[in-house]
Design a protein around this ligand. Structure first.
Ligand SMILES: Nc1ncnc2c1ncn2[C@@H]1O[C@H](COP(=O)(O)OP(=O)(O)OP(=O)(O)O)[C@@H](O)[C@H]1O
Ligand SMILES: [Mg+2]
Length: 356
């Protein structure tokens, strides 16, 4: 077949790191993506034994041996590759026997950065975290609200005939009851399991509304930057719920940056982004990207995987419900949310579908 293509050009244009090893595990080819991820040139690895770079007995070496004995293709997700010239990488690896090389037993090893796969799993995990509050919130609000109203009412009655030192105690009971009532009220947002009604929603309206409200309230001492793609199509759902999600994110950002900090709200159209359905087949396009980022101190690495879980908080007065609700709202709208945080920048990125 004459394609007019130069196969070296194709090999090096592959977006995934790949290499070919012979029957002795000597590296015959190493593409540009592999050079980049492992910080080593093809020239220096070509002809070398793979064992010199990936330790003997590692998962990669085992996978290669398995592919040889199976005489076919094997793959595994999230393998840790401890390549001597780079830091440890988490990659999905596929090893395929190359049958056209005159029985030479050469293998093609293709690696895919695991982060995409992992991110998808993490995004789906958030949804479960939010769901776990739902049942509990329903039970709590039922079991707590009525007795609490009675306690508060009784304290109010007592206060009328209370002696001097007792008035304060009656007030304390009422204040604390009100605090629990507010908490239960917030948890009730989780109990609504009806599907969201799909109305066209202009994301910029929701974002502007959030931003204006923040500027005169909790974000009064923060500078806001807004970069909106004017051609962004509408998404589908409930504008107030989406505004509530954005508000929770902007509130967290304001609390993180403190006085003089900056918060950026941004939208973009990313047509390439799709999410696989639970069955792994059905794919949904999520091209509307909303990012809310701040220049606060960031989220500690060991804390970050848990921030979307309910009741996880680092704040003395916090309930840890803000992000769990954001996660529920975005999931109810068919979207995803993820967070990236380093020192000096924290970004929450949401992907949402277009209104049909
Ligand atoms: N922009 C941010 N920068 C740094 N840390 C953040 C940011 N957003 C969230 N966090 C961390 O995630 C935790 C959970 O956030 P979440 O909004 O769920 O709860 P909360 O803000 O603590 O309480 P609540 O929102 O219920 O009042 C926060 O306590 C904080 O530690
Ligand atoms: Mg919060």
């Amino acid at each position: 077949m004459e394609t007019g293509l130069n196969y070296t050009t194709l090999w090096n244009a592959l977006p995934y790191p790949a290499m070919v090893v012979n029957s002795e595990n000597r590296i015959l080819a190493f593409n540009t993506a592999a050079e980049q991820i492992f910080s080593v040139s093809e020239r220096s690895v070509r002809g070398q034994l793979l064992e010199n770079y990936a330790s003997h007995g590692s998962r990669l070496m085992t996978l290669i041996a398995q592919s040889r004995s199976a005489n076919g293709s094997v793959s595994e997700r999230d393998i840790e590759i401890n390549w001597t010239t780079s830091e440890i990488k988490q990659l999905n690896v596929q090893v395929t026997k190359l049958h056209d090389s005159g029985g030479s037993d050469a293998l093609l090893v293709v690696m895919q950065p695991g982060s995409i796969a992992e991110k998808m799993t993490r995004r789906l995990m958030h949804r479960d975290a939010a769901r776990s509050v739902t049942g509990m919130a329903a039970a709590l609000s039922h079991e707590i609200k009525n007795p609490l109203a009675a306690i508060s009412g009784a304290a109010q009655l007592l206060q009328m005939s209370a002696a001097d030192g007792e008035v304060e105690l009656c007030e304390l009971i009422q204040e604390e009851s009100a605090r629990i009532q507010r908490l239960v009220g917030r948890m009730e947002h989780f109990t609504d399991s009806r599907p969201v009604e799909k109305h066209p929603v202009n994301l910029h309206d929701a974002l502007r509304k959030t931003c204006r409200a923040a500027q005169v309230g909790f974000g009064a001492n923060v500078t806001f930057f807004e970069y909106y793609d004017p051609s962004l199509p509408n998404t589908s759902g409930d504008r107030d719920q989406l505004a509530q999600a954005f508000q929770n994110l902007v509130k967290n950002a304001s609390e993180a940056v403190g006085e003089g900090g900056t918060i950026m709200l941004k939208t973009a159209y990313r047509p390439g982004i799709r999410l696989s359905g639970a069955d792994g087949h059905e794919r949904q396009s999520l091209p509307l990207e909303v990012t809310i980022s701040d220049n606060g101190p960031g989220i500690p690495e060991d804390f970050a995987p848990h921030i979307f879980e309910p009741f996880v908080t680092s704040k003395s007065g916090g309930a840890g419900l803000g992000l769990a609700l954001v996660s529920k709202i975005i999931a109810d709208h068919g979207g995803t949310i993820e967070c990236e945080s380093g020192s000096g920048r924290t970004t929450f990125r949401m992907l949402l579908p277009v209104h049909p």
